[in-house]
Design a protein around this ligand. Structure first.
Ligand code: ADE
Length: 230
């Protein structure tokens, strides 16, 4: 069982994410536990402030260290393999290989940054790793957090239907890498009309995929597929 503890000021964003799809099933099967905690629960002032003005001036607000510190202290399970991760666009780029490493932890504590940034003492002293999901700036770490939870969860045995689903596209003999090739299903010929009253055109499935010749099919998949770095 892997435990995901999310620290956020928008815990409700995670409600549908938790309740729908394979993640809900995985939680029922006790393969994982996902809890979104409201950072404001660890504030002590009457306004439940999680942010304040930056020292030295500057635009926007900065997330305070106290609620994050208290939350991590409370949530971190002693004697378990755990990692504390902060989402920020300046972090290390998240990869499939990192997802494999993270899936071997007992607990992952995710800090979802908002506003213009997070007090630097969080990154320096509380966090094991800063992660980014790409070179663009989102409004906060919640969407990156969901991306990481999904990527890690599907690597946990039993979460997706059959283990073969994970193995199938791993290039033979190579553990690292994932062959993402074009896929088709019925109908064999799809008739499309690009303009109202226009000529119909047929969008066909490549013949080789219906040939039953496994060698040819494998060759076709390699030729048209793209390796995703593992
Ligand atoms: N917060 C804002 N943008 C982000 C990104 N690209 N990755 C991770 N966290 C973020």
């Amino acid at each position: 069982m892997i435990i995901f503890d999310v620290l956020t000021i928008f815990p409700a964003l995670f409600d549908p994410f938790k309740k729908e799809s394979l993640l809900a099933k995985a939680q029922k099967k006790k393969l994982l536990r996902l809890t979104a905690h409201n950072l404001r629960d660890w504030t002590t002032d009457k306004h439940h402030s999680v942010d304040d003005k930056p020292f030295g001036g500057g635009l926007g607000m900065v997330m305070k260290i106290e609620p994050i510190y208290k939350a991590v202290q409370k949530l971190k399970k002693k004697g378990k393999k755990s990692k504390v991760i902060l989402f920020t666009p300046r972090g290390k780029k998240f990869t499939q290989a990192m997802a494999h490493d993270l899936s071997r932890q007992d607990q992952l504590i995710f800090i979802c940054g908002r506003y213009e940034g997070v007090d630097e003492r969080v990154a320096k002293n509380i966090v094991d790793m800063e992660l980014s999901i790409g070179n663009y700036v989102l409004m906060g770490g919640e969407v990156p957090c969901m991306a990481v939870i999904e990527t890690v969860s599907r690597l946990i045995p039993g979460v997706i239907g059959k283990p073969e689903f994970l193995q199938e596209r791993l290039g033979k003999g190579r553990r690292k890498g994932f062959l993402e090739y074009p896929q088709y299903t019925r109908p064999e010929v799809f008739r499309a009309r690009l303009a109202k009253g226009g000529k119909a055109i047929n969008w066909k499935v490549p013949k080789v995929l219906m040939s039953g010749n496994h060698k040819d099919i494998e060759e076709w998949k390699s030729k048209h597929g793209k390796m995703i770095a593992g």
